[in-house]
Design a protein around this ligand. Structure first.
Ligand code: PCA
Length: 210
C-alpha cells in the first residue's frame, strides 16, 4: 500500500489554532486513491520542524509528502511552486528564534520547485468551487524552511500548500479571507488524490497572482 505523509503546523503568531493541522489531522488514517494517509504535527520552530519532518520521512518512507501551513491574510488556497534557500523571519518562531538572511542549507541551491502537480491541483480545487492559485513564494519563515528542506532531501513527490485562516480566526482579522475547516479538509484530500494519480503536471493557467 502506498503511503502519504501530510504535515501540519502548531499554532503560531498569537493564534490558538492552525488550519493546517486542524485539516491534516482529520485525514489521518484515511485511505485516498489506495494510499494510507499519515498526518503529523510539526513545531513552528526553525530547525526543529525539519528534524521532526526528517524523522517522519525516515519512518514512513512516503510516496507523496504534502506539508501544509497557515498563510493568514492570503486570499485563497496557495499551492506553492518554489522554496528558496533563505530563512528571514519578521518575528520569532515558537522557540524565540529569529534567523535573518540565513540559508536553510549552507551551500544549497538557491531554490527548489515543488514536485506536486501544482496546476492540476489548482484546477481541481477550482472545479470543486474552492478558490486556489499557484503561489510563487512560500515566504521566508518556517513554512518555506520546511518546504526547502523537504525538497532538498529529494525522493518522490513532495510540496507545500498554504491554507487561509479558519472563520473563527478571521473574526479577529477584519477583512481577511477565510475557509471553513470542511473545505480545507476537502482541498487537502483532493491535493493528495491528484498527487497520487496524476503523472506530469498539466500546462495550464493557474491564476498566478503572488
Ligand atoms: N505558517 C508559517 C509557519 C507555520 C505556518 O503554519 C509560515 O507560513 O511560514
Amino acid at each position: 500500500m502506498k503511503t502519504v505523509l501530510l504535515t501540519g503546523f502548531e499554532p503560531f503568531g498569537g493564534e490558538t489554532v492552525n488550519p493546517s493541522w486542524e485539516a491534516a489531522r482529520q485525514l489521518d488514517g484515511e485511505t485516498i486513491a489506495g494510499a494510507r494517509v499519515h498526518a503529523r504535527l510539526l513545531p513552528c520552530v526553525f530547525g526543529a520542524a525539519l528534524d521532526e519532518l526528517y524523522r517522519q520521512l525516515d519512518a514512513l518512507r512516503p510516496d507523496v509528502t504534502i506539508a501544509v501551513g497557515q498563510a493568514g491574510g492570503r486570499p485563497d488556497i496557495a499551492v506553492e511552486r518554489v522554496a528558496i534557500n533563505v530563512d528571514d523571519a519578521r518575528f520569532p518562531d515558537n522557540a524565540g528564534r529569529q534567523p535573518i538572511d540565513e540559508p536553510v542549507v549552507a551551500n544549497g541551491p538557491a531554490a527548489y520547485f515543488s514536485t506536486l502537480p501544482i496546476k492540476a491541483i489548482v484546477a481541481g480545487l477550482r472545479e470543486r468551487g474552492l478558490p486556489a492559485t499557484v503561489s510563487q513564494s512560500a515566504g521566508t519563515f518556517v513554512c518555506n524552511h520546511v518546504m526547502y528542506g523537504l525538497l532538498h532531501r529529494g525522493g518522490p513527490r513532495a510540496g507545500f500548500i498554504h491554507l487561509p485562516f479558519l472563520p473563527e480566526q478571521a473574526i479577529r482579522h477584519p477583512g481577511a479571507f477565510s475557509l471553513k475547516l470542511d473545505d480545507c479538509v476537502a482541498a487537502l484530500r483532493l491535493a493528495v488524490e491528484l498527487s497520487l494519480t496524476r503523472g506530469k503536471d498539466e500546462k495550464r493557467e493557474g491564476g498566478t497572482i503572488h
